[in-house]
Design a protein around this ligand. Structure first.
Ligand code: NA7
Length: 529
């Protein structure tokens, strides 16, 4: 049957852009459908004050083009959202991607036609597009979570979600502001909002761990050094679980004398960033080891925050690194400011939002602007917003009723010729997203080329393979402390969401090895027709 395109790609963030580039390079035709007015995905939508990547800029970048690597100049250790968005736009221009991207359009439905083995993709503009393959590139944290707090609609002032921030920005100068949430987006934005606002009230349900970024302009000598050795750095990164080239201290905290342990933590605290969790190799395996790292951070909070009661409320009690570790600039010190109030809502949820603020713990707090830093329906949210129908008209929502099931986080039984870049069951959010995206897009592109060479038009995983992968994902999760707390990794932030540890935590090297073995075995675990 004649199709309009070989593939429809949903989303023009870093995943969709690179996927398009690869497909074109292989001579496939593709249309990318993107809801936003521009490219960049996460970095297009998350424009809140202080938004930046917590992976260092020289590593949070594409590696498929050595020329791009050499030409692009990152200016800071951790790139800001505007700089990353500029990079995404540069890539779109440099590789002439825009001509195959349709902006301001949402895919509303994708239906697999079993008779002709094609996907019918329908958009909110009324288009009906036939394609052999559908590739989702919608991001893992792209479906904002707006909590159902009573009275939210009655708030008289403006309400913004960090994940859907106005393009013109928001000036909080002289305003009174309420922020709900203390995850990464809040931790990045609170210090800046506090500087602008006349008063800031922060509602904290769960205290979070954060490590100072020690962000700084990049030293040209360091950049030259990185550029001269980019290939080695990228290669090293791929040998580490998170796909980030950082110094791993491969000894257990539990067997390390206290003095040396503290020295190690202090050194990494002074260096800054996510490498803190690589202080020892058992921090996410052993409760007692984890406590030594958590105690160190709690001690820092007590040192920085002057009011002991506030310090106590800010001190997390859960496993460090269980929820995603945050990286900040001046977060805790912000609570020393006279214009900042912290409200502990751990045991008592916000009662209601009122027209002039919020009522919590029996008290009224007033503010004229409200920021929801309340996160996302992670990993499955964006996928399930699209009405995706596979064999027998079964929807992906039905299929994933008890939690997502995939083969390699890339494909789903009952949904032939559908690929999910960084889907649930892939390492994705536990890794540096850019190399993970490239690995997935490369795997899919190579797969499509192999199918074409073999004269095969249909690929679908078999039940046994999907069940095997569910076992691998679950088995890996059970070993780590990371699956033990209420985080978005397990869907705990969304009421009613099945509680399943969604990403694959076995590490990027093991994952890549598995993906390569599947190919070497002639697409082991897949039925080809
Ligand atoms: P997160 O990390 O999911 O943080 C959301 C925050 O919002 C978190 O503190 C939540 O508390 C809080 N929250 C959510 N719903 C409510 C309600 N109803 N009441 C009070 N507080 C609430 O999202 P972010 O955008 O900060 O970060 C997402 C990722 O981006 C991050 O992990 C990095 O990878 C980058 P909770 O912890 O659920 O108790």
């Amino acid at each position: 049957m004649k199709t309009d395109f070989d593939a429809v790609v949903i989303g023009a963030g870093f995943a969709g852009m690179y996927m398009l580039h690869r497909l074109r390079g292989l001579g496939f035709t593709a249309r990318v459908i993107e809801a936003g007015k521009g490219v960049g995905g996460t970095w297009y939508w998350n424009r809140y004050p202080g938004a930046r990547c917590d992976v260092e800029s020289v590593q949070y970048s594409y590696q498929f083009s050595p020329e791009l690597e050499q030409d692009w100049e990152w200016t800071e250790r951790y790139a800001t959202q505007p700089e990353i968005l500029k990079y995404a736009n540069h890539v779109a221009d440099r590789f002439d991607l825009r001509r195959d991207i349709q902006f301001e359009t949402r895919v509303s439905r994708a239906t697999f036609d079993e008779r002709d083995n094609v996907w019918l993709v329908e958009t909110d503009r009324g288009e009906r597009i036939l394609a052999r393959f559908v590739i989702t590139a919608m991001g893992c944290l792209s479906s904002p979570n707006t909590p159902k707090i009573e009275g939210l609609a009655d708030f008289a002032g403006p309400t913004w979600h960090t994940g859907n921030w106005p393009h013109e920005g928001v000036d909080f100068t002289g305003k009174t502001v309420g922020v709900i949430g203390t995850g990464s987006s809040a931790i990045q934005s609170i210090p800046i909002i506090a500087q602008q606002a006349s008063h800031l009230t922060v509602f904290q349900r769960t205290a979070n761990y954060t490590i100072p970024a020690h962000n700084r302009p990049l030293d040209p000598a360091y950049v030259a050094e990185v550029k001269a050795h980019y290939r080695e750095m990228r290669k090293r990164a791929k040998t580490l679980p998170a796909g980030i080239d950082l110094r791993v201290n491969n000894v257990p905290a539990i067997e390390t004398p206290e003095e040396e342990r503290l020295r190690q933590y202090q050194e990494r605290w002074d260096y800054g960033g996510l490498g803190f969790m690589a202080s020892f190799n058992d921090l996410l395996l052993n409760d007692e080891s984890n406590r030594t790292a958590a105690d160190f951070v709690r001690e820092k909070i007590r040192e920085i925050v002057k009011d002991p009661k506030t310090a106590e409320i800010l001190s997390p009690t859960n496993i460090i690194g269980c929820k995603r570790l945050c990286v900040d600039t001046g977060y805790w010190a912000t609570f020393n400011r006279p214009n900042v109030t912290l409200v502990d809502i751990r045991d008592e949820a916000i009662e209601r939002i009122t027209p002039t603020g919020a009522r919590a713990r029996g008290q009224d707090y007033t503010f004229d602007s409200l920021v929801l830093a309340t996160g996302f329906d992670a990993m499955t949210g964006a996928l399930l917003k699209v009405d995706i129908r596979g064999r027998g008209g079964v929807t992906l929502k039905e299929k994933w009723g008890e939690g997502p099931k995939t083969y390699l986080g890339l494909t789903v039984v009952g949904f032939p010729n559908l690929f999910t870049i960084t889907g649930p069951g892939s390492p994705s959010v536990l890794t540096n997203m850019l190399p993970s995206i490239e690995q997935h897009a490369d795997w899919i592109a190579d797969c499509l080329a192999a199918l074409r060479d073999k004269g095969v038009s249909l690929i679908e995983p078999v039940e046994k393979a999907e069940a095997f992968w569910a076992g691998e994902v679950g088995g890996a999760a059970n070993i780590t402390l990371r699956s033990s707390c209420s985080s978005w990794y397990v869907g705990a932030n969304i009421p009613g969401k099945p509680r399943v540890f969604m990403p694959y935590i076995g590490g990027l090297p093991a994952y890549i090895e598995r993906c390569e073995a599947v190919v070497a075995g002639g697409y082991e675990g897949f039925a080809l027709a």
